[in-house]
Design a protein around this ligand. Structure first.
Ligand code: ZN
Length: 263
């Protein structure tokens, strides 16, 4: 059994012991986060248990639990139940970013046009990089994904674009494509997509994948641009560009429980 690190070692001059509960929890969470990142702990590394954290920090159970909840919400740690359970460093996952971005964009009433404009700025260069950087096996897999054709509900549509971003080999670019594309997935859930549109997307994906397989960065960039322009034009024809990315109806469908505000 490997020694679990003491994550509450004073990494700064801030003392958490005399602070009130929510603040103490936030400060403890910040210290633990700094230790995980500062010590370069790998995803999957075991962290101290709740009782160990209580002993190490000298704080109460409620404060330590709140700190754990904060770190979980930030996607930095994960809790596994059961005999081999405990607290572990989480695998890097962008979905917590999407969960934060979606409500912010809805509250600020960002229209779909913001997303289509943004994609045109980011995704064509990502496709160009993929054509230059992707490994042989990744190229072959991308072509297979494009040849497979879109699944129900346009599942492959978003997946294909995310794969291209991954193949760019640039972690930041990957995040900047994957996070907004999670919003696109939400948007597409609420759209009716006919067979013609599916065919168009399918052919476009094939053209992009072939350019990437051929290592032709200029052609990959151009075919991606054309594909995204076609999507934007279709949304424009349907008068969708000035409406919210994720509609209010979509949020309410997600709420689909008994909870509702009385107004
Ligand atoms: Zn597409």
């Amino acid at each position: 059994m490997t020694q679990v690190p003491d994550l509450t070692k004073p990494s700064s001059t801030v003392s958490v012991r005399n602070a009130s509960l929510p603040k103490a929890a936030a400060v403890l969470a910040e210290q633990i986060r700094a230790q995980i990142l500062g010590q370069g702990l790998e995803p999957g590394s075991q962290l101290p248990s709740e009782p160990e954290l209580i002993a190490q920090s000298g704080l109460g159970r409620a404060t330590v639990r709140e700190a754990i909840r904060i770190l979980e919400g930030q996607g930095l740690i994960m809790i596994k139940r059961g005999s081999r359970g405990g607290m572990f460093v989480a695998q890097p996952d962008l979905s917590s970013l999407s969960h934060t971005l979606a409500p912010v964009l809805t509250l600020s009433k960002a229209p779909l046009r913001d997303l289509t404009t943004y994609r045109l700025m980011v995704e064509p260069p990502a496709a160009g990089l993929a054509a230059s950087n992707a490994s042989e096996s990744d190229r072959a897999d991308l072509l297979k994904l494009a040849e497979h054709g879109p699944g129900p509900g346009f599942v492959n549509e978003v997946r294909f674009h995310e794969r291209v971003a991954v193949l760019s080999g640039n972690e930041l670019l990957r995040a900047l494509v994957v996070v907004p594309n999670d919003l696109l997935r939400e948007h597409l859930k609420g759209e009716s997509i006919d067979a013609h549109d599916v065919d168009e997307a399918n052919e476009a994906h094939l053209a992009i994948a072939r350019a990437i397989v051929a290592g032709d960065a200029a052609r990959a960039t151009k075919t991606m641009t054309r594909h995204l322009e076609a999507f934007e034009a279709r949304m424009s024809r349907e008068a969708r560009l000035d409406r919210p990315i994720v509609s209010q109806e979509q949020w309410l469908r997600e709420a689909a429980g008994s909870f509702g505000f009385d107004r």
